[in-house]
Design a protein around this ligand. Sequence first.
Ligand code: GLC
Length: 418
Amino acid sequence: MIDVDAVTQRAIDVLKRNDRGGYTIPTDGLYPYQWNWDSAISALGIAEFDLDRAWQEIETLMSGQWDNGMVPQILFHTEAEGYFPGADVWNCDGPVPSSGISQPPVAVTAARLIWEKDTSLGKSRMEALLPKLRCWTDWFMRWRLDDKGAVFTRHPWEAGRDNAPDWDKSAARIDTSGVQSYIREDTKHVNSDHRPTQKDYDLYVWLLQLGRDVNWDDGAIAENTPFKVADPLMTFITLRAVRDLHALCEAFGQNTDQLAEYITVLEAGVDSIWNPEIQAYDSRDVQTGEFAGSLSCGSYLCWYAGVDRKEMRGQLRNALSRTKYPVASYDIQGAVFDPHRYWRGPTWPCVNLLIGIGLADFGVPEEPKLRRRIRELVAENGFSEYFDPITGTPAGGKSFSWTAAAWLRWARFDTHSD
Ligand code: GLC
């Protein structure tokens, strides 16, 4: 029997311990700053016990927004030891020292869900946030939209799934031999077999240099970069963000014409990332048009974006029957599946939370079953960063904020037994 109250208290403790005053770090040591989509997901968890503090999480994140609308992947509010690449390596000049790329805009949706918990309390805070959230969305639509309407990423760190197999083919075409020398810090904190490889890291740093060399000018990067991959996770999370903004702007009596146009464009983009060969949403290299052939956790975010597809319902049933702890970051029957290496196989509760939100919106009958599996996984193995999808063995960093948030917002509720 799971002691739900005890696990819930531990989840709250994790979020409180990771609170650095106005923002929450993902975990101590490995990730000592504010990360963009981690904060958004953490805010959903925090809203379960402290609504005011949840708003603050999003507000602090938006305080790092650049003049061009971009909201950075990392905000280096303070100096911390043991992280590479730090603010000096990125060399950006936003209002808060930051990295030069963004991350999936979950914060827009989190703001709406937090506001919905108490619309009168959140009225003035939402009014102040709305123009900033719109501006960030405009930035995505201007700089991250491919000619088919899908959202692409320019850096694996921006996509949030650092070493996903989705980038393998595109990465293989890039010669990173000019990469500066650097010392990794991540493998000093956790097992290197559970982390991206050295080759992956070379690409991350090489792409960072490319942006830094042109002072993070989006137009110049767009002309020079060989790395542009349209990705289901980015496309679905952006489409959801735009739908939520549309609803919010309607509620606040603002004009929604442009947002309606964005939705039409992104819906066409969703069709362009359907790969009939694997019968799933898949990543597509923008320059070559080639699909990655990767059934990933990002593929299952279609419902979160308001898109239901019967083939994906079939994939979900398969995922539930093939492994004890789905949805894995990469198909457990896929060619390069690795149960321990980061985004190449492990199950991440944070993404499952988003998948669950989408499934619940559509009343997909498998949602309670998925929730129950993640519930057991976390209750039995703790708030680690990610888990072996077959055995449930925890891996990566411990006491992770967004895993605690996935418990608080979703996994702890049991309305089903299988
Ligand atoms: C890793 C993850 C990314 C996350 C960050 C902080 O880079 O791949 O998604 O935002 O860690 O937890």
